[in-house]
Design a protein around this ligand. Structure first.
Ligand code: THG
Length: 270
């Protein structure tokens, strides 16, 4: 079953950015409850770029979410200290978002993942940036898989992210990301998992929802395991339910959308 990571508690959204700055818990609690109610398996937490003290901001964000839901958390920051602060609150079963394929990053984050029993999102990028094609992304994915083995992380606790870019400015990347998602399955046994930050692909386009759900079903067809996405988009959840039927991952019933939604919501009730 595709792992759904709710994207909305992110400081780049104006309401959350302001809430973090003013330490106003309401928008954070509201989005935590709303996303959990829509069936999110994890909530991505990102303090944004406006905080003067991102470590304290992440602690506040995680504790605020914890007041209303025990949904597992995904700590999204380029700063290992911010991620560590989140893990102290989220504990075992959290996700570290993220670690690039740079040796310094790996050495600072993989031992932390091991210590906390956390999963790690490994990005197919390094000091030279995001590669253009699938083969170069695979070389970096391979380094991340080797690092998981070296630091004693189970292969399936590593989620490889091929990195999606806005289709309007980097159109050729979408198909290369799809190739990477399918090729990653051949890297090890058991293979690492795969994840994307879905909404990246539709930034600065019209009809973002259509582009998001079209890409997501294509990625599901090549074996995508998880996505950071807008769980409040009902048409996206309907597309996931439909893809599950068409990929023969679920037995067809006329009411399959309703069944998918109620099963998701059941898992959220205490
Ligand atoms: N990979 C990983 N983590 C990620 C990403 C990824 N985390 C962040 C991001 N990408 C995924 N989350 C988002 C959240 C919001 C948006 C896109 C991706 C978004 N925001 C609006 C925008 O920029 O237009 C904000 C608009 C507003 O202020 O209302 O699109 O790829 N591992």
């Amino acid at each position: 079953m595709l792992i759904l990571i709710g994207e909305r508690i992110n400081g780049t959204y104006k309401d959350i950015g302001r809430a973090v700055k003013n330490r106003n818990p309401e928008p954070v609690r509201d989005w935590a409850l709303r996303q959990a109610g829509q069936g999110a398996d994890y909530l991505d937490l990102n303090v944004g770029t406006l905080s003067s003290d991102p470590v304290e901001a992440m602690k506040w964000l995680a504790l605020t979410v914890r007041e209303v839901t025990d949904c597992p958390l995904c700590f999204d920051s380029p700063d290992p200290d911010v991620i560590r602060a989140g893990l102290e609150i989220g504990g075992e079963g959290s996700i570290i978002n993220s670690c690039s394929a740079e040796r310094g990053r790996i050495e600072s984050l993989f031992p932390v993942a091991h210590k906390f029993g956390a999963r790690v999102i490994g990005l197919t990028m390094n000091e030279r940036g995001i590669p253009r094609d699938a083969d170069s992304r695979m070389a970096l994915a391979m380094e991340l898989v080797a690092a998981a083995d070296e630091f004693g992380l189970p292969a399936d606790d590593l989620l490889i992210d091929p990195l999606l870019l806005p289709v309007g400015v980097a159109q050729e990347h979408a198909s290369e990301a799809l190739k990477t998602i399918s090729a990653v399955k051949m890297l090890s046994n058991p293979p690492p998992r795969t994840v994307v930050g879905l909404s990246n692909i539709s930034q600065r386009t019209f009809d973002r929802s259509l582009i998001n759900r079209t890409f997501l079903v294509m990625a599901m067809a090549v074996g995508l395991d998880a996505a950071i996405l807008d769980v409040s988009d009902d048409s996206l959840l309907d597309a996931i339910a439909t893809a599950r039927i068409l990929l023969n991952q679920e037995i067809y019933a006329d009411s399959y959308i309703k069944l998918f939604r109620s099963r998701k919501q059941d898992r959220q009730s205490p």
